[in-house]
Each structure stands twice: as C-alpha cells, then as structure tokens.
Design a binder for this molecule. Structure first.
Ligand code: ADP
Ligand code: 5GP
Length: 189
C-alpha cells in the first residue's frame, strides 16, 4: 500500500458544483471495474439526457420524505432548493461484495458521514480559482441563471470547508487530478 492511500471501502468526493466531480468520476468508473458509484436519490427534475435509475433516482418530495423516515438513506441534504440522498441498502450490498464504493455528494452529506461512517476516506475537489469555477458552471450550460447563482453562492461556503477533508485535490489539469485521486483510492493500472 502506498503512503496516503485509502484501504477503506468507502470514498467520498465532495466539491463545489462545476468543479469537475462528475467528469472525473466518469473517467474513474471507465478505468476501474472495482469501483461502484452510488446512485443518489433527488427531488430535482432531470436535466436533458439524464436517465432515472442511472444518473439519479428522481423522486417526488413525498417519496423522498418517506425514505427519510424509514431510515433509507446513509445521509441526505438540501442543495440549491432540492433534496439529495444516498440510498443505504444498495451501497451496503456492494460493499459486502467487495467493491470500492464511491459517493459524489455535497458538503452537508459528507459531514454527516463523518459521524455515521468515520472510516470513510473523504476527498475535497477544489477549482484552481473561483473565476475558473464560474466559467466551468456557465460553460456546462445545464442550469438557468437562478440555479447558477445559487450554486456559486453555495460554492463560496463549500470552498472554506476544504480543510475538513482527508485530502484536497485541485482540478486544474484533469489528468493530474485523476492520477492523484487514483493514488488516494489505492487504485493502480
Ligand atoms: P460537477 O460534477 O463538479 O458539477 P462537471 O463534471 O459537470 O462538474 O464539470 C463542469 C464542467 O467543467 C464540464 O463542462 C467539464 O467538462 C469541465 N471540466 C471538468 N474538469 C475540468 C478541467 N480539469 N479543466 C477544464 N474543464 C474541466
Ligand atoms: P446536481 O444537481 O448538480 O446533480 O448535484 C448538486 C449537488 O448535489 C452536487 O454537489 C452533488 O455532489 C450533490 N449530491 C448528489 N447526490 C447527493 C447525495 O446523495 N447526497 C448529498 N448530500 N449530496 C448529493
């Protein structure tokens, strides 16, 4: 095992909207069969091209709240006006099958996991600058202006929390960020 790598079965990746979490996670999944990405539930409406059960489980508020009261989530949180949560049962099953489980979630959820699952290894993905973050969110062209403003406001809070994490990776060069995350997760070609 390399120094600084995580033998843990659960890795959490957090970082402000637009920093590149989704793009990095997609690449990790393509390269490493042993990773299983948790599919979150959300009350947000699907974006163009998003598929229910693949990108997210898109639930209405009543269904989401019922899962909350039945302890169906490892963690859940509100983000930019919508609720998001990690379904508990599928991730437990994948961990039992020996997969490295990866969660891509926002800050409040990551904080909850520090209490409920302290063995998890938590990585914060940071942008090279706030200006670059704004330009990535706008360049992605998936959100309307109101959603962009909410996400940028939230990003300011999130960036201040980076020192709470086990490791901080700056997503400047995509290739370098990917190598660093692979190292932290104990993954090698
Ligand atoms: P998140 O999932 O964190 O909200 P995305 O993965 O959707 O972010 O990335 C936001 C935008 O930034 C996308 O258009 C993506 O192609 C781009 N992006 C991701 N990583 C980099 C990088 N290292 N350099 C430049 N652009 C990037
Ligand atoms: P988006 O709407 O852009 O898909 O996601 C918005 C934010 O919600 C992102 O920061 C993403 O990491 C976070 N998120 C996605 N799924 C979950 C989840 O299950 N729990 C929590 N706490 N956050 C999540």
């Amino acid at each position: 095992m390399m120094p600084g790598t995580s033998p843990q079965r659960l890795t959490v990746i957090t970082g402000p909207s637009g920093v590149g979490k989704g793009t990095l996670v997609k690449e990790l999944l393509l390269k490493h069969q042993e990773i299983w990405l948790s599919i979150s539930a959300t009350t947000r409406l699907p974006r163009a091209g998003e598929i229910d059960g693949k990108d997210y489980f898109f639930y209405n508020l009543d269904v989401f709240k019922e899962l909350v009261s039945n302890q169906g989530f490892l963690e859940w949180a509100e983000f930019a006006g919508n609720l998001y949560g990690t379904p508990f049962a599928p991730m437990r099953e994948q961990m039992e099958q020996g997969k490295k489980v990866l969660l891509e979630i926002e800050l409040k959820g990551a904080r909850q996991i520090r209490n409920t699952y302290p063995e998890a290894f938590q990585i914060f993905l940071a942008p090279p600058s706030f200006e670059e973050l704004e330009s990535r969110i706008r360049g992605r062209a998936t959100d309307d202006e109101e959603a962009i403003q909410k996400r940028l406001l939230r990003a300011k809070d999130e960036l201040q929390a980076s020192n709470e994490f086990n490791a901080v990776v700056i997503n400047d060069s995509f290739k370098d960020a990917l190598i660093q995350i692979e190292g932290l997760m104990g993954l090698r070609d």
